[in-house]
Design a binder for this molecule. Sequence first.
Ligand SMILES: [Zn+2]
Ligand SMILES: [Zn+2]
Length: 534
Amino acid sequence: MAPKLTRAERLAMPLARDVVRDLAVEHGGCVRPVQLRRTDLESGRITQVLVPCGHTLASVCPSCADRAKNLRAAQCREGWHLEAEPVIEPDPADDVQRTWIEHRSETQQWHDRAQEAGEDTAEPAQLAAELDDVITDSGIRGKVLPARSRRRHRSTRRRQDAPDLPRRPITPGTLGRVYTGPDGRTYRPSMFITLTCPSYGAVRSDGTPANPNSYDYQRAARDALHFAALFDRLIQNLRRFLGYDVQYFAVIEPQRRLAPHVHIAVRGTISRADLRQVLAATYHQVWWPGTEVVRFEDGERPIWHEGSGQYVDPATGELLPTWDQALDAIGADDEPLHVVRFGERFDAKGLLAGTRDTNRAVGYLTKYLTKQLGQCHAANTGSEQDHAARLADALRYEPCSPGCANWLRYGITPANPREGMRPGHCRGKAHRREYLGYAGRRVLVSRKWSGKTLADHRADRRNWLVATLGLAVPDPSRYAWEAVRPGDTDHMPPAQRLLHVVADRRKWHAALVMARARASGLATPDLSATWQAA
Ligand SMILES: [Zn+2]
Ligand SMILES: [Zn+2]
């Protein structure tokens, strides 16, 4: 009989569940795989397949997040120093797709003729809607008849002031300039640029304000909310200034002071002096109604009026203006609610293809992608926690979008209003702590960066694996797939799935080691027995 252990001794023993999970992570296995039932339509054989969850946050699934990060790194690396224009040509439509479009055109004519004649158009309209779905399902992008834009055409609409920059015609090319060295060798350098927000007040080395009371939290909050729009403007200006279709792979990260900054891999070069000029001329004006006057404090709230689809001031019974009315009320002499600019300090560095510096920069660009913005810098000290709380406070009542519930606080019915909107409780991601006011995408990639989508890059990796392992590519039409649900007799609880993940990954890893050894011509250990079981 085993000797009886004390409670402390028992608690010091590793927990079986944790060991399985750690092993799964160690072997790059997903810790929350999805179970699918695969039926071979020829033989009728059923196999249980565990598919990785694909989450991009390491706090949820370290292995999937790591794979997603590596995929981004491959995408970044592939586009940075491209030497030939990426080809993005859609496939020609096949006969089936063309037939559906022909059918759709006849239906449109039927509809329009019926309308002209004042007849009922319900039937052709219904058919057209069904055909639109069929057309999409057949693998055609976009709509044959784009929905009529409901954009407002206001005479008073403000345009963004034109930037003070020399403007060159933009050529369609996406490649940077080639330089020839004295030895006749050619170089096609690219850039790694880091741009920050302006100062909101002096900060200490831990990123917290030297004087929290004078630190401009409102400006910090608004700059974060509109950072994505500012980035867009920068790219437009860079393209105009440099005169070619500049391509980029950009990652938004937080600084220690919790303000967003952006690392940008740019294809082609720009001098520091030129970049400074473009930055000085780059800003984004936010033409939103003013928020100086709070009409409804925390306790009081406008109420929903079903008939008008607007909110009402309960004290006066007066309807609050709609979003469009509030925009129309912005006068010719009014200032924009906010103007976003980059800070004066920036970092710019030229890089050549395949160098160690470039590899390091790719690693740097993708380093924090497995964490949420608010998790990149943990708030440990009291002043760090205080700083994060003050920023969250500033973001609480700041409108994040035209549809933000916070507009009610300033006496305006938000865009697309609905019942139950409460200022200070907008569901927009920008107000949540972990987003630090920036709710946009973490990775921003221009369309002609590598000429491939993320799915294409994923397929590249899969094809490499299949080729390395010498596997036969299965015919996808041979299998039917279904999700396995709790309650199904073959449903595996998470703990059981995790055991399979560990076993599968170990076999898979052994097979890869063997394939690599074979490829390099080294003697191979006999692992065939192990691999067969996979
Ligand atoms: Zn996973
Ligand atoms: Zn909001």
